[in-house]
Design a protein around this ligand. Sequence first.
Ligand code: BJW
Ligand code: ZN
Length: 247
Amino acid sequence: MPEDDVARVAELLRGAGKVVVFTGAGVSAESGVPTFRGAGGLWEGRPVEQLASPQGFVADPVVVWEFYQQRRANLTRVKPNPAHEVLARWQYRFTSYTIATQNVDGLHQAAGAQHVLELHGSIWVIRCSACGRARVDRTVPFPALPPRCETCGGIERPGVVWFGESLPEEVLDAATAAAGSCDVLVVVGTSAVVYPAAGLVHVASAAGATVVEVNPEASAISHIAQHSLRGPAGAVLPTVDSLLGEA
Ligand code: BJW
Ligand code: ZN
């Protein structure tokens, strides 16, 4: 990671008023949360359509729940890393600051971030697929799978967004509005292949924002980014933060 790139990004952020951070699985990788795609990813050798689609859930809710229960169990053992911590601290630095995450793990909030837009829902929310009753539930493991709704006896599902499902409208609207009016969009740890979330980068870029990417690898939006900081978020973001100095 060339030092002058980091310095230029720090300079850019020092002059910025409105900042949006758009994150993906890579921001949690150094906490011990696997990413989805690529070697060692959650989906390596697994049928994605079976585990992350409403059709897969209807076909076999227990298999899908076992996948999510394993991830929930792992999440009880991990903690936020320095990238989450820097991103949480930045909420006190800028006039306007938004974290829009594709992650369902809750680690931004665990690091102290207050207003996180969860584009793909939360693994800690459980929703009844029959009556829609939703609740936060951190039980791990459930005594039996699938968990059942206390109100109607229906099968409960993880409160996440699967392929073919709409993103929560107010969350996507808020993220789109923030991206469309920010000075700088910082894209951290996402392959940026999943839409409409990845569309936030295009929204920001078209509205004239400077796009900064933090990722050890190139992603689908690298060609749009003015600055690409190639390294792990847990090392890159603290370096940028230290160059930013006191708020
Ligand atoms: C590091 C690092 C380190 C590693 N530091 N970085 C064709 C074109 C456009 C769209 C579509 C299309 N065909 C189908 C669609 C729609 C589909 C889609 O986008 N598909 C594409 C894959 C082709 N989208 C949808 O279905 C969405 N809904 C929708 O479109 O509704 C519209 C509609 C609805 C109804 C009727 C009609 C229309 C919903 C998408 C939901 C995605 N859900 C998932 C699962 C969530 C639940 C769960 O967690 O299990 O969300 S999929 C999965 O991918 C998850 C993630 O949030 C998402 C993005 O992944 P992410 O975060 O980018 O992770 P990776 O693994 O891909 O990348 C990790 C990155 O980190 C890499 O770049 C690494 O290099 C990097 N990294 N270590 C920094 N230390
Ligand atoms: Zn119910």
